[in-house]
Design a protein around this ligand. Structure first.
Ligand code: HEC
Ligand code: HEC
Ligand code: HEC
Ligand code: HEC
Ligand code: HEC
Ligand code: HEC
Length: 476
């Protein structure tokens, strides 16, 4: 039974209504209308109903506000709920049903019940409330006027330590907070400053659900519906540093992180999705930016599998099926792989290579040249995204890699030398595709194959290194 059906607008329901929850509102509606100083002195339900209906049809937003809201929220000029959306008002009404001052809430129910929800009348009120937020007050006043209504007093600490990015995330993701996008950045900064001073509420840090509830649920839904199922500890830690919204969480102890990860592990990952875009939005965007500006454009299925194996942060994605990975691959293929024209070599490396080959100064691909990179893209499906990389970009990366040090490997460690210098293009030692395994062959090729040029300093001559490498190749 809908609210409307349960209550109706004929007076006949009134008597029984008294016994019911909604009937209580009916009674209090009466009080509200009388209290609001309305000119009707009639008290029979039928005529009140008529007056009510009359009001519902004729009043403009400002008048509706005056009638239904001003008693608690000041008059329209000085309202403490400026710029609220219809949805926000609707939610506020529902949330405050159990409020002590039910007399007024009853009148709000009246607005709701005669309208489709959230209702044209509430829209009118929202329009009347729409004015630009100037945000010139101090931080405490801003919090009081714009946040306290939903998040409680500042000293309760519901939003302690949240920064501007977190507030902005709330604004973007919570429709009720949408009106706050009108606040200037300077106002958010002042609120941030207040929140920085605020003290966390008492949370039992040995109770995972309590920790999740306070630290995560506000952005990622209650545990039973969490959007972050199966995320391992590493993913959470990575996310706290990658996403500025989550910075305040880095305060947590290792134990607390562990408890949350344990709870997330017990929640099921939604593996029913088959659409690449939806999969990306749910499973990748949080670490690799939103789809249009993804830093993983053009990545292959192999690249994803490699990353799932390699990076603990992504390990939970090994549950995806090949079909799902392929769907994501198709989505990623449609994203422009743009090179930042103003970026220098280190920045380009950082953006496109560091993900698999470590930071520049500890890169496992030091001193490779442009042609090594081209060959690598051809022979390694993980790197197929790099085919078509403009020559200017390759040469900038080549220059950046020129300063990275070669690894230190013992002269006599043939397999180690092979792994560091050859396997990326010629496959594992045991199954390598090198035909001429002699020292002379190796030295000669280094001189003639441009993608192997970087090997010259190490294997130029028939040194101990070349001898042990050749020996390893001959008897892998
Ligand atoms: C009985 C007094 C009362 C009346 C009348 C009333 N409200 Fe509220 N309203 C409250 C209380 C109490 C809260 C809870 C939060 C608080 O303490 O400010 C609240 C919360 C809200 C909130 C959510 C908090 C926020 O800051 O966004 C909005 C929006 C709101 N009211 C709008 C309205 C509108 C619009 C009307 C008229 C249709 C209205 N209220 C009528 C008492 C009232
Ligand atoms: C009309 C109600 C409403 C108002 C007003 C409002 N919020 Fe929210 N906010 C929500 C809801 C609902 C959520 C979702 C999480 C929840 O239910 O607590 C949320 C979530 C957030 C979050 C993310 C959750 C978290 O734990 O960090 C932040 C930050 C936030 N709000 C900050 C603010 C600030 C700052 C203001 C004032 C400038 C504000 N909100 C005003 C309703 C509101
Ligand atoms: C103030 C908002 C906010 C709070 C609170 C928050 N997060 Fe996040 N989190 C984000 C945003 C924004 C992203 C990036 C976009 C996305 O994934 O939704 C993110 C991303 C993540 C990611 C990486 C992306 C992914 O899909 O795996 C994980 C893991 C994560 N959060 C876990 C948590 C956990 C666990 C908590 C509580 C300890 C928490 N978050 C609290 C805002 C928040
Ligand atoms: C919890 C964070 C997290 C989530 C969620 C995540 N990744 Fe990753 N991913 C990483 C980290 C960390 C790396 C290694 C560093 C880097 O490349 O930024 C990485 C690396 C990669 C790489 C290899 C490096 C490269 O540049 O090609 C690919 C491909 C990749 N991710 C694709 C994906 C796809 C596709 C998804 C969604 C199905 C996904 N990731 C979800 C954290 C995450
Ligand atoms: C960046 C990619 C790359 C790396 C790294 C690389 N090579 Fe090569 N190598 C090539 C290419 C390209 C060719 C020429 C085409 C071909 O023969 O497949 C080649 C050819 C050869 C040949 C001649 C063809 C044959 O099979 O006999 C030898 C010998 C060889 N490489 C040995 C090595 C050794 C030993 C290492 C490590 C010290 C190494 N290469 C590292 C790309 C690479
Ligand atoms: C998705 C992961 C991934 C990304 C991103 C990636 N590579 Fe690779 N790359 C590999 C894999 C896997 C191999 C083969 C195994 C190995 O050598 O580690 C490889 C091999 C190479 C090789 C040939 C082997 C060698 O030792 O010389 C070079 C050169 C190379 N990568 C350079 C780069 C550069 C430069 C970038 C950035 C433009 C890049 N890679 C981005 C995964 C990746």
């Amino acid at each position: 039974m809908t609210l409307k059906e349960s209550r109706g607008y004929n007076g006949r329901f009134f008597g029984i209504g008294l016994m019911t929850f909604y009937g209580f509102f009916w009674l209090t509606l009466l009080g509200a209308i009388l209290n609001s100083g309305c000119d009707s002195q009639e008290s029979s339900p039928d005529s009140i109903e008529a007056v009510h209906a009359q009001r519902q049809t004729d009043l403009n937003g400002a008048e509706l506000y005056e009638l239904y809201c001003s008693a608690c929220h000041n008059d329209l000029m000085t309202t403490n709920v400026p710029n609220r959306t219809a949805d926000g008002i609707f939610q506020a009404i529902l949330q405050n049903l159990g409020n002590d001052q039910q007399g007024y809430m009853g009148s709000l129910m009246g607005i709701l019940e005669t309208q489709d929800i959230p209702g044209a009348k509430i829209e009118l009120i929202a329009e009347a409330l729409a004015k630009t937020l100037d945000g010139t007050e101090g931080g405490k006043a801003l919090y009081r006027d714009y946040c306290r209504g939903c998040h409680g007093e500042l000293d309760k600490g519901e939003l302690a330590k949240r920064n501007k990015a977190a507030i902005y995330y709330g604004i973007m993701s919570q429709s009720q907070m949408g009106f706050l996008s009108l606040l200037p950045d300077s106002a958010l900064a002042k609120i941030e400053a207040e929140l920085t001073q605020a003290v966390y509420p008492e949370v039992d840090m040995s109770d995972g659900e309590a920790v999740y509830g306070y630290y995560c649920a506000g952005c990622h839904m209650p545990l039973e519906r969490t959007t972050k199922a199966k995320r391992p500890l590493e993913a959470i830690i990575y996310a706290t540093s990658f996403n500025p919204e989550m910075n305040f969480i880095s305060d947590l102890s290792a134990e607390a992180f562990g408890l949350v990860a344990g709870l997330l592990e017990s929640q099921a990952l939604d593996l029913t999705l088959s659409d690449g875009a939806a999969l990306y939005d749910n499973l990748c965007a949080g670490c690799h930016r939103s789809r249009l500006i993804s830093n993983k454009a053009k990545r292959s299925t192999e690249g994803m599998v490699y990353a799932n194996d390699q990076f603990l942060e992504m390990g939970f994605l090994s549950a995806l099926s090949t079909a799902q990975l392929e769907a994501i691959e198709i989505t990623l293929a449609g994203i422009d792989f743009t090179y930042d024209a103003s970026a220098d070599g280190p920045a380009l490396y950082d953006e496109h290579c560091a993900g698999c080959h470590f930071e520049l100064d500890v890169s496992d691909k030091p001193q490779r040249n442009a042609s090594s990179i081209v060959v690598a893209g051809r022979v390694n499906p993980e790197m197929s995204f790099s085919t078509g990389t403009p020559a200017t970009v390759l040469s900038l990366i080549e220059t950046a890699l020129a300063d990275s040090p070669l690894p230190v490997i013992s002269d006599s460690d043939g397999p180690g030398l092979y792994g560091a210098y050859c396997s990326g293009c010629h496959g594992d030692l045991a199954s390598n595709d090198i035909v001429d395994k002699t020292e002379a062959g190796i030295i000669q090729k280094i001189g003639s194959v441009s993608s192997m040029g970087f090997l010259a300093p190490v294997f130029q001559t028939a040194s101990a290194t070349t001898i042990s490498l050749s020996a390893a190749l001959s008897s892998p």
